[in-house]
Design a protein around this ligand. Structure first.
Ligand SMILES: NC(=O)C1=CN([C@@H]2O[C@H](COP(=O)(O)OP(=O)(O)OC[C@H]3O[C@@H](n4cnc5c(N)ncnc54)[C@H](O)[C@@H]3O)[C@@H](O)[C@H]2O)[C@@H](O)CC1
Ligand SMILES: Nc1ncnc2c1ncn2[C@@H]1O[C@H](COP(=O)(O)OP(=O)(O)O)[C@@H](O)[C@H]1O
Ligand SMILES: [K+]
Length: 505
């Protein structure tokens, strides 16, 4: 599913109006109808409704919703904020229609002074102040109104976007001046700012309403951001032919684990084996031998000459992919071995965990990374790598996007909606996974999966996308069975087979 920017939403609106064709006011009527249906599904006619409408089309939507609710016998009061006499055309049309509605309790057009109504428990506020047309953070009277609504005990439904929240960049937004909705009814598609953790308490429960914007328009307008869908992954899954031999299924090399961190190597190796690759070799220090041999008998162990750390690059000629980093430690000898290993490796590489931390402390080496390298940092690892602290997820994402472009790399910024930043500057968000996966070792599992898929024959973009999706599905299946609290990284590995089966349906 594409995520359009505020400007692109306008373009899509225009495209729909011209090509369907449909009058702009009728498109608003269609949106308001979908919004009203969603509201009446959750609140009964005994609810007193207060609608706050702004001067643009978000306000137009709100006024149309006010009329529809009043017609359905909801006790509805509407406030239209027309401070600068700048109502949009469709907002003006809906103001008139609302004024003609006999069933409306009260309509107040605010042009100067505003005496706020009492907002009590059990009441419902419809927030239609600003939507995708907000062009600067809220201030003055609107900021005071937002604060007034937020401190009230009434429930709040936001139309399209909680007012005060920008569709994309909220770096300069004043957080106290953003509506805290209980429910956001967004039109047609998610907005970019909805993907970020720090904005979740503004959005509340999210519903996406299909208002029938042009499918051709959606198809033809290119989007920088999108959310991966089940069908995208299903179409990418490789199948085995009946005559397959393990030699055809790829050979993966994982370099992982230092003394005391053998578990990271075990988890990555098990996940790698479960991802369909024919053969897995684990490069690990001597002391971890028995642990690896006993816990993952299917894997071959390649011993480092060092007892405790990875210090000796491994010949990669016989391998199809390399995953390096989980539990590696950041010893200086390991750092030298890492960069030497990267230089001599001709096959696709996944860098994770300590491999990323080492690069963060040897940032000049970033320029030596081969094109097409995959990196899977969590936010802290990414900040170390980029050598900067970011004020919010948007700023961090922009930096990851530009780094992916500069280095021709695939960067998976891990989190609730992991963001795959591609070398062409586009970003694909993951849509699977849950908070139970916030547990030690789940990143090691992801590294194992992606390395396995690469060895198995998936290209970098496919391996990243399929890997993060599959990892999340495994997490979702595990959470259903064990609950999120008790979920461990090992559970994810156990559910990879079911995740594949689900994608094969
Ligand atoms: N394709 C879609 O998604 C559709 C969108 N519609 C609605 O249209 C909305 C977008 O409408 P608009 O583009 O008119 O934009 P908005 O209604 O979000 O706001 C635009 C108005 O607010 C003013 N404004 C912007 N920032 C301000 C600030 N910080 N302080 C004070 N005033 C400010 C602008 O000058 C303008 O008058 C969407 O959010 C949605 O609710 C629907 O009507 C139908 C279809
Ligand atoms: N709340 C969440 N929702 C969905 N996925 C999550 C959530 N928390 C963590 N994950 C996933 O779990 C993995 C955690 O990786 P990471 O932070 O590297 O863990 P570790 O270092 O312990 O292995 C990532 O793939 C991430 O996307
Ligand atoms: K709004």
């Amino acid at each position: 599913m594409k995520i359009f920017t505020g400007a692109q939403v306008k373009e899509l609106d225009k495209y729909t109006i011209e090509h369907e064709p449909i009058k702009s006011e009728d498109l608003m009527e269609r949106a308001a109808d979908a919004l009203t249906r969603a509201i009446t599904a959750s609140w009964g006619t005994d609810t007193a409704v207060v609608v706050f409408a702004g001067p643009g089309n978000n306000g137009g939507d709100a006024l149309a919703v006010a009329r529809m609710l009043a017609e359905k016998d909801y006790r509805t009061t509407a406030y239209l904020f027309n401070i600068g006499n700048t109502l949009s055309e469709d907002c003006t049309i809906n103001k008139k229609r609302l004024q003609d509605c006999k069933k409306l309790r009260k309509f107040i057009e605010v042009t100067n002074e505003f005496d706020p109504p009492r907002l009590e428990k059990g009441m419902l506020v419809i927030d239609g102040l600003f939507g995708s047309g907000l062009n600067k953070p809220l201030a003055g009277g609107f900021a005071s109104l937002v604060k007034y609504i937020n401190q009230s005990p009434a429930q709040v439904v936001s139309i399209d976007i909680p007012s005060g929240l920008m569709s994309e960049d909220n770096t300069y937004s004043v957080r106290a001046n953003i509506i805290k909705a209980d429910m956001t009814l967004t039109l047609q598609q998610k907005k970019l700012s909805f993907m970020f953790p720090e904005n979740q308490n503004f959005i509340g429960k999210l519903q996406i309403l299909d208002i029938g914007l042009s499918k051709d328009g959606i198809e033809s307008i290119p989007a920088t951001y999108s959310v991966v869908e089940e069908k995208d992954i299903k179409a990418r899954i490789l199948h085995r032919n009946s005559f397959a031999h393990k030699g055809d299924m790829g050979s993966a090399l994982l370099i992982a684990g230092s003394y005391g961190m053998a578990g990271a190597a075990v988890l990555a190796a098990k996940a790698c084996l479960r991802s369909g690759t024919g053969k897995v070799t684990v490069g690990t220090p001597k002391r971890n031998n028995d642990i690896l041999q006993i816990s993952v008998p299917e894997a071959i162990v390649h011993h480092d000459k060092d007892d405790k750390y990875f210090t000796e690059p491994i010949d990669v000629e016989e391998f199809d992919a390399l995953g390096i980093g989980p539990g590696l430690g950041q010893n200086e000898n390991t750092a030298i071995a890492l960069i030497t290993q990267i230089r001599k490796t001709q096959v696709p590489i996944v860098l994770d965990a300590d491999a990323l931390n080492i690069l963060a402390s040897h940032r000049a080496w970033l320029q030596q990374l081969p094109k097409g390298i995959i990196m899977t940092p969590h936010p802290k690892e990414f900040e170390r790598l980029a050598g900067n602290h970011y004020v919010d997820s948007y700023e961090r994402l922009c930096k990851a996007q530009s780094m992916a472009q500069q280095l021709h790399a695939y960067i998976i910024l891990k989190g609730h909606h992991s963001a795959l930043c591609l070398p062409d500057g586009t970003v694909i968000f993951n849509s699977t996974g849950n908070a139970g996966m916030a547990t030690a070792g789940s990143g090691d599992v992801l590294t194992g999966i992606i390395t396995g898929l690469l060895a198995r024959g998936y290209k970098q973009a496919e391996a990243c996308l399929t890997g993060m999706y599959l990892h999340g599905i495994a997490g979702d299946i595990a959470a259903k069975e064990k609950g999120m609290e008790s979920l461990t990284a090992g559970d994810l590995i156990e559910k990879i087979p079911q995740a594949f089966a689900f994608l094969d349906k």
